[in-house]
Design a protein around this ligand. Structure first.
Ligand code: C2E
Ligand code: MG
Ligand code: MG
Ligand code: MG
Length: 290
């Protein structure tokens, strides 16, 4: 019996693997088509300066408006795009579209802010990255000071020489760099010294229970203090409540991003949000924090 069960277990396992491979290949084909058919859209989420109460940045977050699946979250398709290499053309599109939109908002009279774009490790290692960044800036006529690239810790610990060179070239364009999901990757902090990044994005896993969990609070305070001694700015991700926003302000965190301020939204809604927050500070308008 045991032998039979083992064989069945094995067959079940390979069937499962087969199904995953097929699903993966199907999605790869669909992603390729999605790029040609313009099925990707960017949603935008604001970032607020806790001292000024103003919107100082916006993160561009990709969505796939699929005919078959509806609105697909990046958590589902970015891994497939990375493994297939499709993240390179998709990422180049994200850069162009985010820069184009940022410039469009500036021309429409909205106060300028930094547009933050996520970069995956595959894109970072690709030889064409610097060209697609320059291309996006030139095509959109956006000044480089308004573009920020969000890198992950995994990018920064690989192949130190190549990474150093790529970062030097990106920084020489005048754009900003931040470290996304900070604290979740690797404990090595040496890269912070070696690479000239501008900002740490404190991962939401440390922020979520900040008000109740003294260990999370200790970690967040330590990250903020360290960042400030290295003259880096800090932004807390996943800020869902006013309580968290107030606490982070007490901790001298520079900026916040999260559902409390706003969920990621389409460009049209974002424009209304930006207009309504231009003259008055967000904090003042929401009647808190001041
Ligand atoms: P991320 O860059 O860390 O983006 C933050 C994620 O947290 C977003 O999920 C955002 O919607 C979500 N979020 C924001 N505020 C809150 C909050 O208060 N509470 C909670 N629970 N979540 C919040 P999203 O949009 O699903 O994106 C997931 C990830 O997909 C991103 O994580 C990023 O790693 C990746 N991604 C998104 N767009 C792109 C892109 O254009 N290129 C690449 N390479 N990756 C992308
Ligand atoms: Mg990000
Ligand atoms: Mg993040
Ligand atoms: Mg993330």
């Amino acid at each position: 019996h045991a032998k039979e069960a083992g064989r069945n277990g094995h067959r079940f396992f390979t069937e499962q693997m087969n199904r995953r491979v097929v699903e993966h290949l199907t999605m790869e084909t669909q992603l390729r088509r999605a790029l040609e058919n313009n099925e990707f859209v960017l949603h935008y989420q604001p970032q607020m300066d806790l001292g000024e109460g103003t919107i100082v940045g916006v993160e561009a977050l990709i969505r796939w408006n699929s005919r078959e699946h509806g609105l697909v979250s990046p958590a589902r398709f970015i891994p497939v795009a990375e493994e297939s290499g499709l993240i390179v053309p998709i990422g180049a599109w994200v850069l162009r579209e985010a820069c184009r939109q940022a410039r469009e908002w500036q021309v429409a009279g909205i106060d300028p802010f930094v547009m933050a774009v996520n970069l995956s490790a595959v894109q970072f290692r690709h030889h064409d990255l610097i060209n697609s960044v320059i291309n996006a800036l030139v095509l959109s006529d956006l000044d480089s000071q308004w573009l920020e690239l969000e890198l992950t810790e995994s990018i920064l610990i690989q192949d130190a020489e190549a990474t150093l060179e790529a970062i030097r070239r990106l920084k020489s364009l005048g754009i900003k760099l931040s470290v996304d999901d900070f604290g979740t990757g690797y404990s090595s902090l040496t890269y912070l010294k070696r690479f000239s990044v501008d900002k740490l994005k404190i991962d939401q896993s440390f922020v979520r229970d900040l008000a109740r969990d003294p260990e999370d609070a200790a970690i967040v305070r330590a990250i903020i203090q360290m960042a400030h001694s290295l003259r880096l700015r800090t932004i807390a991700e996943g800020v869902e409540t006013e309580e968290l926003a107030s606490l982070l302000r007490v901790f001298h965190c520079d900026e916040i991003q999260g559902y409390w301020l706003a969920r990621p939204m389409p460009a049209r809604e974002m424009e209304d949000f930006l207009r309504s927050h231009q003259t008055r500070s967000v904090a003042g308008r929401q009647g808190v924090l001041l």
